[in-house]
Design a protein around this ligand. Structure first.
Ligand code: OVM
Length: 394
C-alpha cells in the first residue's frame, strides 16, 4: 500500500499559533503519513506515537530528535549526551543523571519550594491585574531551579533565550530559528561557559555531575555537556508547564472550583495539564532500518516527526480529549515522552507545578482571565508569553 501524503506544514505561523486545530486531520491520515514538504514521515495517533517512542532500536535519537539528520548535517551545538544519544552511551549518561536527579533529594526541597511559591502567590493575590508569565510562571522556576543546579548568580537571564533557541532548533531552518539564533548568540555562549566546573557552585546537581566525573563515571567534558542538558531542558519547559496550568485553570473556572472543593485532585490536575496543554508539541526520531507500520513501510534512514500533543488528544485513547478535566486519570500521556528517553526531569516539573498549585489553593478563590493570552511562536514548544490575570483572595 502507498503511504498517505499531506502538504501540511507543522511550522506554518498559523499552525504554530493553533496546532490542535490540525490534529484531527493528521490522525485521520492513518498510523503514518509522509510530509513531502520536509522529506519526512509523521505519526499523530497515540498508539503509534507511543510504540515508536518505545522502540528505540528502530526509532533512534542519535541522529537528532529534530528535523535535522545529524548523519547529513552538522548539529547547531555539540549533541546532547542524553537526548541525542542511543544505548550504550545513553545508558551510561542516563544512569548517572538519574542518580543526580533522584527523588529523595528532590522531595527534601519541596517544603522550601512550597514556601517560595506561597510567598510569590501571596504577593500577587489581591493586587489587581498582572502578567502571570513573568511574575509567576517564570519567576518561580527561575527562583528555584538554577539554585538547585548550583548555577552562578550573574547572567541567569540568558537561560530563557537560550532554551527558546534550543527548542526552535528541533524544527526546520526557518525564520524563527534564524531570529532566535541571531538574538541568543551571547546567551548560548553564556550557557556553555556556565556549565564549566570553575563557573559552578560547590554544591548542587552540577557539582554532583562533576563528582561523577571524579569517580570515573564520565569524563570532565561529558560532565560539562550533561550539566548543559539540565540548563537546556529544565527552565523553559517548566515555565510553560506552570503557565499552562494557570491558563487551564483560568479558562475552566468550574475545574478550579472542583479543585478548591477537593484539593486531593491536585496531582490529577497536574497530569491533566501535561496531557492537555501540549507544551512539547513534537519530537523526531530517525529510522535505523525499514519498518512496517500496518500495511506501509518507512524506509531506513528517514526522519519521523511524532506529534506528542496530537497523541495526547487522540479520541481513540482519551474520552472527550479536548476537554480539560481535573478528575480525569491522565496518567500514561506522552507529554514527557515515553520509553528510555522519557523526561529525566519530570519529577522536577511536577514538584514545581505542585508547589504553585498548593500556593494557589491556599491563597486564591478565583483566577480571572482579564485579557487575551499571547503565545510566542516556537518550532517545538507551545508557549504562553503573556497571561493577563487577576487573583481574587480566598
Ligand atoms: C538536552 C535536552 C534534553 C531534553 C530536552 C531538551 C532542548 C534538551 O539534553 O540537551 O530540549
Amino acid at each position: 500500500m502507498t503511504i498517505p501524503e499531506t502538504d501540511f506544514d507543522p511550522y506554518a505561523a498559523e499552525v504554530l499559533a493553533n496546532p490542535f486545530a490540525h490534529h484531527d486531520a493528521l490522525r485521520a491520515l492513518g498510523p503514518v503519513f509522509r510530509l513531502p514538504r520536509y522529506s519526512c514521515y509523521g505519526m499523530a495517533r497515540f498508539a503509534d506515537v507511543r510504540a515508536a517512542l518505545h522502540d528505540w532500536e528502530t526509532f533512534v535519537s542519535s541522529r537528532g530528535v529534530g528535523l535535522a539528520d545529524f548523519a547529513q548535517e552538522e548539529p547547531w551545538r555539540p549533541p546532547s549526551l542524553l537526548l541525542e544519544a542511543d544505548p550504550p552511551l545513553h545508558n551510561r549518561t542516563r544512569g548517572l543523571m538519574t542518580k543526580v536527579a533522584a527523588l529523595p533529594g528532590l522531595k527534601a526541597r519541596l517544603p522550601e519550594w512550597k514556601d517560595k511559591a506561597a510567598d510569590l502567590v501571596a504577593g500577587l493575590t489581591g493586587k489587581g491585574q498582572f502578567d502571570a508569565v513573568p511574575e509567576l510562571a517564570e519567576a518561580f522556576p527561575l527562583g528555584v531551579f538554577p539554585d538547585m543546579i548550583g548555577l552562578r548568580d550573574d547572567g541567569r537571564e540568558n537561560l530563557l533565550p537560550y532554551a527558546m533557541t534550543a527548542f526552535n532548533a528541533f524544527g526546520p531552518r526557518n525564520a524563527l530559528l534564524a531570529q532566535s539564533l541571531a538574538a541568543a548568540g551571547p546567551a548560548t555562549e553564556w550557557v556553555m561557559q556556565a556549565c564549566r566546573r570553575e563557573n559552578l557552585k560547590g554544591s548542587g546537581w552540577a557539582a554532583d555531575v562533576y563528582a561523577a566525573a571524579d569517580r570515573g563515571d564520565c569524563t570532565e567534558q561529558e560532565a560539562e555537556r550533561l550539566v548543559r542538558s539540565f540548563l537546556t531542558a529544565g527552565v523553559d519547559t517548566t515555565v510553560n508547564g506552570i503557565a499552562g496550568l494557570l491558563y487551564a485553570l483560568a479558562l475552566h473556572p468550574q475545574e478550579w472550583q472542583k479543585l478548591r472543593a477537593d484539593p486531593s485532585l491536585a496531582k490529577k490536575a497536574i497530569e491533566e495539564t501535561l496531557r492537555w496543554a501540549g507544551i512539547a508539541q513534537t519530537f523526531f526520531r530517525t529510522t535505523s532500518r525499514a519498518v512496517n507500520i500496518g500495511d506501509v513501510t518507512i524506509p531506513q534512514g528517514q526522519k519521523v516527526v511524532l506529534f506528542l500533543a496530537a497523541a495526547n488528544r487522540d479520541p481513540d485513547q482519551w474520552s472527550d480529549p479536548d476537554c480539560f478535566n481535573v478528575s480525569r486519570n491522565a496518567s500514561g500521556h506522552v507529554g514527557f515522552g515515553f520509553g528510555i528517553h522519557q523526561c529525566l526531569g519530570q519529577m522536577v516539573a511536577r514538584f514545581e507545578m505542585e508547589a504553585v498549585l498548593a500556593a494557589l489553593l491556599a491563597h486564591v478563590s478565583e483566577i480571572r482571565l482579564v485579557g487575551d493570552i499571547r503565545r510566542r511562536a516556537n518550532n517545538t514548544l507551545f508557549t504562553i508569553e503573556h497571561l493577563p490575570v487577576e487573583f481574587i483572595p480566598a
